[in-house]
Design a protein around this ligand. Structure first.
Ligand SMILES: CO[C@H](O)CCc1ccc(O)cc1
Length: 115
């Protein structure tokens, strides 16, 4: 309708954008630590230290079940993966570096797709 408020952002394609971004994250060569939930029974301290575990397969499940209110809540979960990684791993470790690489990749891709 002609009277629509101009200020509202067009969120029509956001779900497709989330699917594209998630597929690119899963396909990244440094995605391996983040593809599935950390096995907290096998990793001492993980359950105590990391209050809100998150991984790409859980994000895919939530996306498929319409659990994200909008693009922002999707981005919050992706950043939770990387924040958990920084909390639990040294920067100068294989998994720590993978987390930094993945965060850099994600930041670049979503700003390219949405700016
Ligand atoms: C995303 O990976 C998690 O930060 C767990 C990392 C980890 C798992 C087992 C270890 O022996 C050390 C680190």
């Amino acid at each position: 309708c002609a009277k629509k408020v101009k200020l509202a952002k067009d969120d029509t394609n956001d779900l497709a954008t989330c699917r594209v971004l998630l597929a690119e994250l899963e396909g990244h060569q440094d995605a391996w630590p983040f593809l599935s939930p950390v096995n907290h029974k096998a990793v001492p301290g993980y359950r105590k230290v990391i209050k809100k575990p998150m991984d790409f397969s859980t994000i895919r499940e939530k996306l498929a079940n319409n659990r994200y209110l909008n693009l922002e809540t999707f981005i919050i979960d992706v950043n939770l993966v990387f924040d958990n990684c920084e909390k639990f791993n040294e920067d100068n470790s294989e998994i720590g570096r993978a987390g930094h690489n993945m965060r850099r990749f994600f930041d670049k891709r979503w700003t390219e797709l949405l700016r």
